[in-house]
Design a protein around this ligand. Structure first.
Ligand code: CA
Ligand code: CA
Length: 605
């Protein structure tokens, strides 16, 4: 061996030792993995918004049909704070191994997702055809609730995608009094064995502060074209959509005749486009029968330009009413709507709005999400969906609370609420996480004269885990259900530590309870017994000096001005009859329709 060669061997020795050591470590690791003792990262504890490893979802075939490889959830890191308006950046990953046990492609194009205590079978239909491998052609996600509406006002039920803004602006509160400053007469309809006067549940009037250029191209009365108008847009029981000047209560343009009752809440396009959307509550009007439709109106010409059939041939339930108030994603021109037929509609509207020419058109492409929950066969959604980014939350008549990835149309988690849930879910994002608040009613569990608990819950919105639950005993009654029909006030600003629920028929068929619960613990902060129950959702609004006030209406026809820190009345006025609808507030004005067959304009003084 030459010196040179020997030198090379000496050089190689340390490398050989390192290599052998690495081999030893690798073999030990393989052995540990084999015996199952290799420490792995606990994926269950990985925060949902953080980047999680991409993996193929477990696909087990439970039916003997051909197993389809379902692609893994892509990993999306929340790169931007919620102020972002780019859906690509807003998408959150929900890849959490704990959220489901297995996922199986079924023979009929559905997918069965099995969770800890139940399962969901779901179908995605594009142009009414079941598609087994749905892939969205663009990303859909919502921004922060403050970013929901470009148009000032209340443009959907509870104002935003968290369902937490039933009011807009700030009120100048001095006397802490309410005063009716106008009323506007509306009608009633009769169904078989039923009579529906005025406005119904959820019935929140829409308030739109139009931009001057949009106002000028619409068919608003000439004398109001130059006025800085806040317009009340209100579909009600008598089958008309009323348009009123919020200041005076006078018609701002001719009413539109739908011909059949609306009892839910409509939606005005949050982009400030002259488009109005509404479902239908009944399909009969004083003996005349019709079909159920979900309608979209052009507010320039004031005419219907598109509709979805309520009795949808692809739906599992042939009841076509629609009380749910839709959401519109203004970044992607996408409408999200839930039907009482059990379907979720995701429609790319393909809107063309030419402000200068005064023309607007849509050409929707409709995708549908249909599902069956193992919790209950009851189909139909009456609450208004809430959305955190790409995660949508809703509950159904069978008591399934569902978190649905609205981008991929895939259920993320389900929760058994135990009964029909029509109260809309409210959302909150905090430093501790994203949470939802929900409450059910006493319906499917009921027997006449029996009692059951209305369950109020705080749930981790990303994992579906219960944070706390608070129960209130309610009386069952079949035609007017007890429990929560109202959507809660989610405290903000000076009442940010509480959430306020309105629970009907606690104790008897005529009374109720208004309760403020501590958001962290679920403990009662205050409780008020009501001698008149209510289905109306309480409304919080902020004063110019930073104090939160609350309006609350009941079945005896009172509107209360309440201090939400104590639950006590500051003032109380009569609005003529049962209030199932819930008020909207714009600065110092509140508007609501009641069973007295009137819309009321109430000044907060
Ligand atoms: Ca229901
Ligand atoms: Ca019910």
């Amino acid at each position: 061996m030459s010196r040179k060669k020997r030198k090379n061997v000496n050089k190689l020795l340390p490398a050989l030792v390192v290599g052998l050591l690495a081999l030893l470590v690798a073999m030990t690791a393989i052995y540990l993995i084999y015996i199952g003792k290799f420490p792995q990262k606990d994926l269950n504890k990985t925060p949902q918004t953080a980047s999680t490893p991409s993996a193929t979802a477990t696909v087990s075939d439970t039916t003997g049909t051909v197993t389809e490889n379902v692609p893994a959830e892509e990993t999306h890191k929340a790169k931007q704070p919620a102020e972002s308006t780019n859906p690509d950046e807003l998408l959150v990953s929900w890849k959490n191994p704990a959220s489901f046990i297995s996922k199986a492609a079924m023979g009929d194009g559905s997918i069965k997702k099995t969770f800890k205590d139940g399962n969901i079978r779901y179908w995605r239909l594009v142009s009414n055809k079941v598609t087994s491998g749905y892939k969205p052609s663009y990303n859909l996600a919502f921004g922060s609730p403050e970013m929901y509406s470009e148009l000032e006002g209340v443009t959907t039920f509870r104002g935003n995608n968290y369902r937490t803004a039933p009011s807009w602006g700030k009120a100048d509160v001095k006397e802490k009094k309410l005063e009716i400053v106008w009323t506007h007469d509306i009608g009633a309809v009769s169904g078989v064995g039923s009579y529906w006067p005025g406005a119904g549940w959820t019935g929140q009037p829409l308030l739109a502060h139009w931009s001057p250029d949009v106002r000028k191209v619409m068919n608003i009365n000439n004398d109001l074209k130059e006025k800085d108008l806040v317009e009340v847009i209100y579909p009600v029981f008598d089958g008309h959509v009323y348009f009123l000047d919020m200041e005076t209560g006078k018609e701002s343009r001719p009413r539109m005749n739908i011909g059949f009752s609306v009892k839910g809440t409509g939606m005005v396009d949050p982009r400030g486009y002259p488009l109005f959307y509404t479902g239908q509550g009944l399909n009969e009007n004083d003996g005349r029968k019709g079909t159920f439709k979900y309608r979209i109106f052009d507010l320039i010409q004031q005419k219907e330009i598109f509709s979805l059939p309520g009795n949808d041939p692809v739906a599992f339930r042939q009841w076509g009413a629609n009380d749910s108030s839709a959401l519109l994603n203004r970044y992607t021109d996408t409408l999200i709507n839930c039907g009482e037929n059990g379907l979720i509609y995701k429609a790319k509207l393909n809107t063309k709005f030419n402000k200068e020419a005064g023309t607007i058109s849509i050409n929707p492409t409709v995708t549908k999400y249909r599902y069956k929950s193992s919790y209950s066969s009851d189909q139909g959604i009456e609450n208004s969906p809430a959305v955190y980014r790409n995660l949508m939350y809703f509950a159904d008549n069978g008591g399934t609370i569902q978190c649905l990835d609205i981008n991929k149309l895939e259920p993320v988690w389900i929760y058994r609420s135990g009964d029909d849930t029509d109260s809309s879910i409210t959302l909150e994002e905090t430093d501790e996480g994203v949470f939802l608040y929900t409450a059910n009613e006493i319906d499917k569990r009921g027997k006449s004269g029996a009692k059951a608990n209305c369950n109020i819950r705080k749930i981790n919105a990303l994992t579906g885990e219960l944070v706390w639950q608070k129960d209130y005993s309610c009386v069952y009654q079949n035609y007017i259900n007890g429990g929560a029909l109202a959507t809660p006030v989610l405290g903000k600003n000076d009442i940010s530590d509480i959430v306020i629920f309105n629970v009907a028929l606690t104790g008897s068929t005529s009374n109720g309870t208004l309760v403020a619960l501590d958001k962290k613990t679920g403990e009662e902060v205050w409780k008020r017994q009501l001698d008149a129950y209510s289905w109306s959702s309480p409304v919080d609004f902020l004063s110019e000096d930073g104090k939160t006030y609350m309006l609350f209406c009941d079945f005896k026809g009172y509107m209360h001005l309440i201090d939400p820190k104590t639950g006590e009345d500051l003032d109380k006025i009569s609005v003529g009859g049962n209030v199932e609808a819930s008020p909207s507030v714009y600065n110092n004005m509140a508007v609501v329709g009641t069973y007295a067959k009137k819309i009321y304009g109430v000044k907060i003084k």
